[in-house]
Design a binder for this molecule. Structure first.
Ligand code: UD1
Ligand code: CA
Length: 449
């Protein structure tokens, strides 16, 4: 036990039955990332020495994998929040410093708020409880203060008197302790009469009985929002989306109608990006400076370089790399393909597993046939090429720099640089044929009347 450490214990063993899901609650995503990972990112930003996630037996595989390299501890029976922290005891019983207890389903908690709690610990409190004053205090535990404004006890709603229920300062469930003292208090927790649970909240009364100091620090209601149902998950999504929108607007992005633009937690946007309504960014997107995105685009795992114009109605899938000054137009799908500087794919195309060289123009309706039902193959088109409208390129295929393809061609062989490839039926014209046809058909119709 030498230097002071910070150990975060994240409770996540609850069943989350109200989610009505096969997936553990904390793995449900908001802004493209499991709730628990949002919280762990905040914990990491505090430079915690260790984070341990308390889970139930059944979640071992899925949650352990999602939170790695953070540790997990298994709580074998869900006997309450006090019992859950006990499951993580081996992680801090020989530690000098702080134990910060968090809830895996309460991921909006801000770094600044947690720092305020740690500061209260530095100021000499042995237990710091994060409280909040919601408009509707519902069934939250109530924080009961003494005359000096220090924390006397936490009473659970179920056990509260009418007078205590009238207190509006509520327990968020987030607490910070002196690690060694917590070990002692955990051992003293009593099984509650009705529920048969061990309440972590009892530690406050135990601390006071030991002559230790407990204080409450207040945070805002929004950060305490927990997810117990799909409805609450949707409410949290809304909050995170609004935060992301605000962040990007402040950072120099123009959005005509921000509420219709959806981001992922990891979206990166440059300056002077403009985004029209109804655009969705899934995970892994980077958009550089001065890119214009028109309406109804959908992006995932995509990098759009400077000064490019994309959309409306473009779908860029993982591995799409759109170079500087490129134009990607409507009803264009791009996957695992790099579109090099200044190239244009303006209408109705599928470009998959391909490279399109600089300044090449891809005609309307061009399709790369990248999959034969067994293997994916690559299409490589050089710089300055001109691919005629409705060209089908059967991969693997290489089309050289400056080459052209005739509209409507099905290209199955490589095309040399600067060559013109024509691969379609030859056109024949039968003079007067159409007129004769019409006369015949009209007569036939008269007869059948
Ligand atoms: C708890 C607090 C209450 C507070 C409220 C805030 C206690 C006794 N009560 O009540 O004062 O106002 O949170 O939301 O602490 N968990 C486990 N193992 C268990 C039980 C719970 O890991 O055996 C985890 C859950 O997954 C959840 C968290 O602990 O993340 C809170 O559990 P929950 O049952 O929601 O606590 P509440 O009864 O709401
Ligand atoms: Ca709860």
């Amino acid at each position: 036990m030498s230097e002071t450490k910070l150990i975060a214990v994240v409770l996540a063993a609850g069943q989350g039955t109200r989610m009505k899901s096969f997936l553990p609650k904390v793995l449900h995503k908001v802004a493209g990332r499991p709730m628990i990972n949002h919280l762990l990112a905040t914990v990491d930003s505090l430079n915690a020495d260790k984070a341990v996630v308390v889970i139930s037996e059944g979640m071992k595989e899925s949650v352990a994998k999602a939170v790695a390299p953070h540790a997990v501890a298994v709580q074998h029976e869900q006997l309450g929040t006090g019992d859950a922290v006990k499951a993580a005891l081996p992680e801090f019983e020989n530690v000098k410093g702080d134990v910060l207890v968090l809830y895996g389903d309460t991921p909006l908690i801000g770094k600044g708020t947690l720092e305020k709690m740690l500061a209260a610990r530095r100021d000499g409190a042995d237990v710091v409880v994060l409280g909040f004053t919601p408009d509707d205090p519902k069934r939250y535990g109530r924080l009961i203060l003494d005359d000096k404004g220090e924390l006397k006890e936490i009473v659970e709603f179920k056990e509260a008197t009418e007078e205590q229920k009238a207190v509006r300062l509520c327990n968020s469930g987030i607490l910070c302790f002196d690690a060694q003292k917590l070990c002692g208090w955990l051992k003293k927790l009593k099984k509650q009469q009705g529920s048969g649970e061990y309440y972590l909240t009892e530690t406050v009364a135990l601390a006071r009985a030991d002559g230790c100091r407990a204080v409450a620090v207040e945070g805002n209601e929004e950060e305490m929002l927990g997810v117990n149902s799909r409805e609450e998950q949707a409410a949290m999504e809304k909050i995170i989306q609004n935060r992301l929108r605000k962040k990007f607007l402040e950072q120099g992005v123009t959005m005509t109608d921000p509420e219709t633009v959806y981001f992922s937690f990891d979206t990166v946007l440059g300056k002077d990006v403009t985004i029209a309504p109804n655009v969705i960014f899934e995970t892994g997107c980077i958009v550089e400076d001065n890119v214009e995105i028109k309406g109804f685009c959908h992006f995932e795992g995509t990098h759009i370089h400077k000064n490019a114009k994309v959309g409306p109605f473009a779908r860029l899938r993982p591995g799409a790399d759109v170079g500087e000054e490129c134009h990607i137009g409507d009803f264009v799908e791009i996957k695992n393909a790099s579109i090099e500087t200044g190239a244009k794919v303006n209408h109705l195309s599928y470009i998959g597993d391909a490279r399109i060289g600089a300044k090449t123009n891809i005609g309307a309706g061009t399709i790369t046939c990248n999959y034969d039902g067994f293997f994916k193959s690559k299409t490589d088109i050089g710089a300055g090429a001109f691919i005629g409208s409705d060209t089908v390129i059967v991969a693997p295929c290489t089309i050289g720099d400056g080459a052209m393809t005739a509209a409507g061609s099905v290209i199955t062989k490589n095309v040399a640089a600067n060559a013109m490839a024509v691969a379609r039926g030859k056109q024949t014209a039968l003079d007067g044929w159409a007129e004769k046809f019409r006369v015949q058909k009209k007569a036939l119709k008269e007869q059948t009347k």
